[in-house]
Write a protein that binds this ligand. Structure first.
Ligand code: ZN
Length: 263
């Protein structure tokens, strides 16, 4: 995962204060693919058919826009990560703004066409006053240790056949620590202790905030449902099959387990 802060190169600003023509354009199509010119971010949009354009602040001290357009093939976010980590960092924010604006053109409560707020990144309903902000979905991921082994599971919804760390969405009404305990118990049947938070990562696939934890095994035998989780087992360091990419906080957690001496 990228350790650098998005705010090293980007300054948040949703007002209508932009004046510059010398701008950066994060242009997405309906498949959330990014338009690049010679693998670089677009500096010009005059030849494109524009569906909408939103000012989102300053990128590298220049005005920066999210633009939605129709073009056949761009770069997926994961491909952008492979090309340029800095570009991925800001693109992964831009795509969330793009998705939010497309999905909230009409009020979810009364169906009226929404209007953009003048100051905030917010769409307001002129009929019922409901406000619609960009939404992120908090999710947890946890590395569970038992002596020198790490718990991993095979999910039925994963495209690859690899084992992964236990992860899941935070449910309404629960704390993130309760979410960690519940997910682990539901997916593997075991109880855990000493849960502690490590760090988080924006995960725009499609709109999560991933919160990473470590915990220790407390009790119970592995029992999986065979539906969502096909198998779960304890892995020694040398048995772990790594991912192809280091994009995710999951890979960072696994590396941390490998690098840490067992207690
Ligand atoms: Zn409404």
């Amino acid at each position: 995962m990228i350790e650098k802060s998005i705010y090293e190169d980007y300054e948040i600003d949703f007002s209508d204060t932009y004046t510059s023509d010398d701008a950066y354009y994060f242009i997405f199509n309906k498949n959330r693919e990014l338009y690049l010119e010679n693998e670089k971010i677009a500096r010009d949009i005059k030849d494109l058919n524009i569906n909408f354009s939103l000012f989102i602040g300053k990128y590298k001290n220049k005005d920066c826009f999210v633009v939605n357009s129709d073009f056949d093939k761009g770069y997926s976010l994961k491909e952008v990560y492979g090309l340029n980590h800095d570009l991925y960092l800001i693109s992964s924010k831009a795509v969330l703004i793009n998705d939010w604006y497309i999905s909230h053109q009409y009020c979810g409560r009364c169906g009226t066409k929404t209007q953009m707020d003048e100051k905030d990144m917010m769409l307001r309903c002129p009929n019922c006053n409901q406000v619609h902000y960009p939404r992120i979905a908090p999710a947890i991921i946890v590395a569970i240790r038992k002596d020198d082994e790490l718990l991993m599971a095979k999910h039925s919804y994963h495209k690859t056949n690899k084992y992964a760390l236990i992860a899941g969405f935070v449910e309404p009404g629960e704390s993130i620590e309760e979410s960690v305990k519940r997910e682990v118990a539901e997916e593997t049947g075991i109880e855990i202790k000493n849960i502690h938070y490590l760090k988080s990562q924006s995960w725009p696939f499609p709109n999560s905030l991933m919160l990473a934890f470590e915990a220790e095994y407390e009790s119970g035998d592995i029992k999986v449902d065979g539906d969502e989780i096909l198998k779960a087992k304890w892995f020694k360091k040398e048995e772990i099959e790594r991912y192809d990419s280091d994009i995710s906080i999951s890979d960072w957690l696994i590396q941390r387990f490998i690098d840490t001496d067992s207690v």
